[in-house]
Design a protein around this ligand. Structure first.
Ligand SMILES: [Zn+2]
Length: 310
């Protein structure tokens, strides 16, 4: 199989994939890494197929249906040349975020098409399998939207601080960051203790050590986790190991990214942006090609335009 250093630069990507066939063969090598072209039609799953002369299409020997390495992926219904998808993935992972306007200029397509590409990439990233976190996990939330948006709670106006849990025009985003491990973040409907409790239970293994800033009083799970907290409100910051600085660092990147590239986002689409930034954060230390492959590994999801604008 391929070494993971085949391409690094954007020129490498263009050179490596001169034809549609070269793109498809790469997708096939990633999708069917054991060489068995598993039929994606109607749970057929048959492992033997005839290969067409174009080197792109396969015909299942059992159900006789035709498919390609793109069938059942976010690229399936797209008429764009695959190299434009590859360049989109490259730019999407490589930059700190890219707007649909910029992407449309970079790869040469309509802005609407670029917007749809980005939506599908984000959907794919959100598709990633998420194991529970353990070890030492920092928990923190941030609020997006509204007048005092993007501000950490200790920088928000006092009336908002006092308002506490239910900030009416803001969307809460909850984050869990395992030190030396992965980050998870999700948009929540509110931050009542019930909702928080379920988010924590779902994402963090029992008996882990959780670090909170103590503001919300993540009560109710002391018996499940080793809880450590600091209290910004009282002016105490990270006391040695007890801090939430790592996740706060991520929020700061996220807010800068959203503000700088996307300008505005609606609660409806916020989770997709969160997924994008979390994915990029989790794979930030990888080289270009492994990052690219991480996106490809999640390509098996479909998204129809009408569902997106509904
Ligand atoms: Zn089949």
């Amino acid at each position: 199989m391929f070494a993971n250093t085949e391409f690094k630069t954007i020129i490498d990507v263009v050179t490596r994939f001169p034809t549609e066939k070269a793109c498809h063969q790469y997708l096939a090598s990633r999708r069917w890494s054991d060489g068995l072209m598993v039929c994606p039609h109607n749970d057929c799953g048959h492992e033997q197929a005839y290969v067409y002369k174009d080197g792109i299409r396969y015909k299942c020997k059992k159900c006789k249906l035709v498919y390609t390495a793109k069938t059942g992926t976010f690229m399936e219904a797209s008429k764009l040349p695959t190299i434009k998808w590859f360049l989109s993935i490259y730019l999407f992972m490589h930059k700190k975020g890219i707007s649909s306007i910029q992407l449309s200029k970079d790869i040469g397509c309509q802005q609407k098409t670029a917007w749809f590409i980005l939506c599908r990439l984000r959907l794919a990233l959100g598709n990633e399998t998420k194991e529970q976190l353990d070890g030492v996990v920092e928990i923190d939330e941030t609020f997006v939207g509204g007048a005092a948006r993007f501000k950490h709670r200790n920088k928000r106006p006092k009336y908002l601080k006092e308002q506490g849990r239910d900030l009416p025009d803001k969307t809460p985003v909850m984050g869990f960051l395992q030190r030396g491990g992965k980050l998870r973040a999700m948009v929540l409907p509110n931050v009542t203790s019930d909702v928080l409790y379920h988010a924590v239970r779902k994402n963090i293994k029992e008996k882990s050590t959780v670090m909170t800033d103590g503001y919300r009083g993540y009560s109710g799970f002391d018996y499940l986790y080793d809880c450590k907290s600091i209290d910004h409100g009282k002016g105490f910051y990270g006391d040695g190991e007890i801090h939430t600085n790592t996740i706060e660092g991520f929020w700061s990147q996220f807010k800068k990214g959203i503000k700088g590239v996307y300008h505005k986002t609606t609660p409806k689409h916020l989770q997709k942006y969160v997924d994008e930034f979390v994915f990029r954060y989790n794979y930030r230390t990888l080289a270009v090609q492994p990052q690219f492959d991480c996106v490809i590994a999640n390509m098996k999801c479909r998204l129809k335009y009408k569902d997106l604008v509904a």
